[in-house]
Design a protein around this ligand. Structure first.
Ligand SMILES: [Zn+2]
Length: 423
């Protein structure tokens, strides 16, 4: 279910987010919350009225509205430089740049400030469908680098048949062309590491004789070439990866295109502020920055909530989790009750039943809710000490809470509250 939600539902919803996320209204966001709520209800089957935000904190699912903004931002950052420079002089392309421009005004762009890419021209999504169509074919990867003064651009492109599967333009300053040629190959190898499985045979074409010779040899010069060779060696345990030299400007389309893109990159690099030699952030790093920005956004929302007090006591920090949904349903249900406080505790059931007294049945000293029982109730000191010891030895926070709620005293307490409800 978690898989279905993240792999099928979420991408479908966030598709085209770059276009519509900046215009997201409160109503749309509520609708997204509802969608995620349905998925979470089917997973945890909690008591009715359990708040959505509490379930999100428990399962470790970022709110869908925030996720959609993040997806939109990532698309924007991939196209940012393209918007600024790519259409210059080609005429009015307002219809193509308009919706991207909105991001400038609506989001805190400082997270993309270190983003030095020239942008992707036509990255196609490497879908399962296109993969099965191209099965048995060879992936051709073209790399090239170009230097103008101290400005360097380098580029790689992965293609199968006529499809550009993915590509990347990168900028740098004050590095040698040779180094840039190697960097382009290394970036392509890193991409292959994650995306290469769908095609068996891969050939990297470079017009740098020295880079090709180096990588086909056995001695390395420096850290970069060692790292690149290690990467290649690792890849070759799983895939066929060839590195071939092609003559520059000999009419090979892929190489000509890579050359063009690298040259464009070196022009772009002149706009970079840094005078010092520097390594550009990879798209992966940018994505990571974007992600942590939106996690912070989730945290801000979490901190500013007025309700969900008990959930916020259990989870002062929001966190993402993939494994929570793999817990047995029964444990998840118990956990949802404990963490959100929406369970058989007097503090909660007094909303349903006319119970005047919501004092803790064990100690009578405070309100009876799950956080009191877990953290404070003096009558559970022994149980608490045992569970804390287990947690020191590796039992997770969540398993600890379940253990606490299953102690004899608390099973009895919940049963007698259930009886109260029935009357
Ligand atoms: Zn108590």
């Amino acid at each position: 279910m978690d898989w279905v939600h993240k792999a099928v539902v979420r991408p479908k919803i966030s598709y085209g987010a770059v276009v519509w996320a900046p215009r997201m209204t409160k109503t749309m966001e509520k609708r997204l919350d509802k969608t995620q709520r349905l998925a979470m209800l089917s997973i945890t089957q909690p008591l009715r009225s359990t708040p959505t935000v509490g379930l999100e904190a428990l399962l470790g699912w970022i709110p869908l509205g925030i996720h959609v903004r993040e997806a939109g931002m990532n698309t924007y950052l991939r196209n940012k430089e393209l918007v600024k420079s790519g259409w210059d002089g080609i005429g009015e392309q307002s219809s193509m740049t308009g919706h991207l421009g909105i991001w400038n005004q609506t989001e805190d762009i400082s997270i993309g400030a270190t983003y030095p890419r020239a942008g992707r021209m036509s990255a196609r999504v490497w879908t399962e469908q296109s993969a099965s169509k191209q099965e048995g074919l060879e992936m051709a990867i073209y790399t090239d680098a170009s230097k103008e003064g101290c400005n360097v651009g380098y580029y790689w492109m992965a293609s199968v048949g006529d499809y550009i599967i993915d590509e990347e333009s990168l900028l740098a300053k004050d590095i040698s062309v040779f180094r840039a040629e190697l960097l382009a190959i290394k970036e392509a190898l890193e991409w292959l590491w994650i995306n290469g499985e769908k095609v068996r045979n891969h050939t990297i074409y470079s017009d740098s004789m020295s880079a090709v010779e180096l990588l086909n040899g056995s001695t390395t010069k420096d850290e970069l070439s060692t790292e690149t060779m290690e990467l290649l060696k690792g890849l070759r345990t799983r895939l066929n990866v060839d590195i071939q030299w092609v003559k520059a400007h000999s009419g090979i389309t892929g190489n000509e295109f890579a050359d063009l893109m690298a040259k464009r990159g070196s022009k772009e690099a002149s706009k970079l502020q840094d005078a010092k030699p520097f390594m550009p952030a990879t798209y992966k790093e940018v994505k990571k920055m974007t992600h942590s920005y939106y996690i912070k956004e989730w945290q801000r929302r979490w901190d500013s909530l007025r309700n969900c007090k008990i959930s916020r006591l259990f989870y002062p920090q929001v966190r993402e989790s993939k494994h929570m949904v793999r817990m047995p349903l029964k444990e998840l249900q118990e956990l949802a009750q404990a963490i959100t406080g929406h369970g058989l505790y007097k503090h909660h059931i007094r909303h349903w039943n006319e119970i005047d007294d919501s004092q803790c049945a064990l100690c009578g000293e405070a309100e009876e809710h799950s956080w009191h029982l877990w953290e404070w109730c003096p009558m559970l000191e022994q149980e608490r000490a045992i569970i804390r010891k287990l947690m020191e030895k590796g039992t997770s926070f969540e398993k600890g809470i379940i253990k606490m709620m299953r102690t004899k005293k608390l099973v009895e307490l919940q049963a007698s509250n259930e009886a109260l409800l029935a009357t």
